[in-house]
Design a protein. Structure first.
Ligand code: ADP
Ligand code: ZN
Length: 519
């Protein structure tokens, strides 16, 4: 069996050997067993069902939530000479009839379709008359109500187990946490599936996260050693994407913008240039990346904070697909946190969902302020244990200085409380440093007991401290107002003197820019 699989790998796909667990997965599914495949993006999930599809008799049915991805895969398969089609809502009725006819005649090997399509009674009845080689359920985490990709239609895919008891099913995902894994097994009735869990480690990626001071300057410093490299710069807003793309081009780094607000043709054109030309930088919102498979992306820079570690991992994971060194660099700041927290608070969705998203954001913030090996923390989030610090992230190579911030933190919390829990960091720092300005006078804050008590720290150090208080949940952002700070319940032990607080010492911007990555 494996020999036959090898031959297909070579003859059809043109590859010499299987990657990671591909061989074992293919063997399992080709011989009729179920499988749950957990593999990072870019790991090579598609072959895990495409090869068994060619090894087995009958029609392979592939469920995927994304039309664009389906069309991509079908186009690739067609080029390789594999009879594959995608059934989607953009087809005319007679085209659909034609496809059904070809399937009936056994001329189609692989059928891609959206979950809502598959579970239509007519479609299920149609498939039951045929010989089915296998069901592949791609992006299987869409079945999880906790993730942000939840698709109600995925829940209905559970019935395949009963309707097609003889047909092997393979569920694939790059979402790794234990809870999602168990949900997939339960909801898709994959109790008998063999589990293939790949490591999520991307050892060739160097992680660096720096506090945002002067983001453009910091970005240029980061790019200075990477002239001529292809890379992606992620920004949160469309406006910023365009500004940064223009800025970089002016600075001699050829850059293209990409966001959902650009005309479709321009988007497609920029994407094509990025893929085909050397040394371009794509400045993009998260709209960019789905299905992008450019092997030699040398860096992924974030000028804004992603909203979860899943997103951070996915986005940084677009670097270094060729296995050569790549850098993941991010600048983040208090404003990012406030913005994301506000966005979350104002988003649609029930309270439970918001709480889940809040936890995800907290995990992202914790990675930023982390003092241990970033890779260990990142992998631990995906329930994977890396026994030793990696030696290939900023915390490992530069070391992290911590300092006892207990007393200043109390002063900071006290400044928040005594000024009425409504002011932003700028004003709070003015209070602590005893700055005599109009706003202070107007509010009478020069009379507060905390006024001017904070001269042990400078402006930047106070800002760093406030940022870390928020990241650790010791202070909250006032979400109804203008992003002022409030006390949170968890700061009480600190205020009462029951615990101490160690914080990261931020490097000065010039230091953090100088400290080099893998380059
Ligand atoms: P995923 O779906 O896990 O994100 P893909 O299936 O799209 O990943 O594969 C990512 C890239 O790796 C594709 O370009 C694919 O052709 C390539 N690839 C997959 N398996 C192999 C292999 N055994 N040898 C060489 N390249 C492979
Ligand atoms: Zn490390």
């Amino acid at each position: 069996m494996l020999e036959q699989a090898q031959r297909i790998l070579k003859d059809v796909f043109g590859y010499d050997s299987f990657r990671g667990r591909q061989g074992a997965i293919i063997e399992r599914v080709a011989s009729g067993g179920d499988a749950l495949v957990l593999m990072p993006t870019g790991g090579g999930k598609s072959l895990c069902f495409q090869v068994p599809a060619l090894l087995r008799d009958g029609l392979a049915v592939v469920v995927s939530p994304l039309i664009a991805l389906m069309d991509d895969q079908v186009a690739t398969l067609e080029e390789l000479g594999v009879a594959a089609v995608a059934l989607n809502s953009t087809l005319e009725a007679d085209q659909q009839r034609d496809i059904a006819e070809r399937i009936r005649r056994g001329e189609i090997k692989m059928l891609y379709l959206a979950p809502e399509r598959l579970v239509q009674p007519r479609m299920l009845a149609f498939l039951q008359q045929l010989k089915i080689a296998l069901f592949a359920i791609d992006e299987a985490h869409c079945v999880s109500q906790w993730g942000h990709d939840f698709r109600p239609e995925y829940l209905q895919l559970g019935q395949l187990a009963e309707l097609f008891p003889e047909v092997p099913r393979i569920a694939l995902t790059a979402t790794a946490d234990m809870r999602t894994r168990e949900e997939i097994v339960n909801r898709l009735h994959l109790q008998d599936a063999e589990r293939f869990l790949s490591s999520f480690d991307r050892p060739n990626i160097f992680y660096r996260i720096v506090p945002k001071e002067q983001p453009r300057k910091q970005l240029l410093a980061f790019l200075a050693a990477r002239k001529g490299d292809a890379g992606i710069v992620y920004c949160l807003s469309r406006k910023k994407v365009e500004e940064v793309a223009t800025f970089l081009s002016e600075q001699g780094f050829p850059a293209l913008p990409y966001h959902a607000g650009l005309p479709a043709e321009l988007r497609a054109y920029n994407q094509k240039r990025f893929l085909n030309e050397e040394g371009l930088i794509m400045v993009a919102t998260i709209a960019f990346g789905m299905g992008i498979d450019k092997p030699n992306v040398r860096f992924v820079a974030h000028l804004d904070l992603p909203k979860s570690l899943e997103a951070y991992y996915q986005e940084t994971g677009r670097g270094g697909r060729d296995g050569l060194p790549a850098d993941a660099w991010m600048a983040y700041g208090l404003q990012d946190m406030i913005f994301l927290k506000q966005m979350l608070a104002n988003s649609e969705g029930d309270e439970r969902h918001k709480r889940v998203e809040q936890h995800k954001l907290d995990a992202m913030l914790a990675l930023c302020e982390e003092t241990r090996c970033r890779r260990q923390v990142l992998l631990a989030y995906f329930d994977e244990d890396l026994p030793q610090p990696c030696g290939h992230c900023d915390n490992c190579t530069d070391g992290v200085q911590t300092w006892d911030a207990t007393e200043p933190a109390r002063q900071a919390l006290s400044a928040i409380y005594r000024s009425g829990q409504r002011y932003g960091v700028g004003h709070l720092v003015d209070i602590l440093l005893g700055r005599d300005n109009e706003k202070i006078r107007g509010l009478g804050h020069q009379h507060l007991s905390v006024f001017g008590v904070g001269n042990a720290l400078n402006d930047g150090e106070w800002r760093s401290l406030f940022r870390q208080l928020v990241a650790r949940g010791l202070a909250d952002v006032d979400l109804e107002g203008y992003g002022g700070l409030r006390l949170s319940d968890s700061c009480r032990p600190l205020l009462r003197g029951e615990v101490t607080l160690q914080l990261r010492r931020d490097l000065k911007p010039q230091q953090s820019a100088k400290a080099s990555g893998s380059a």
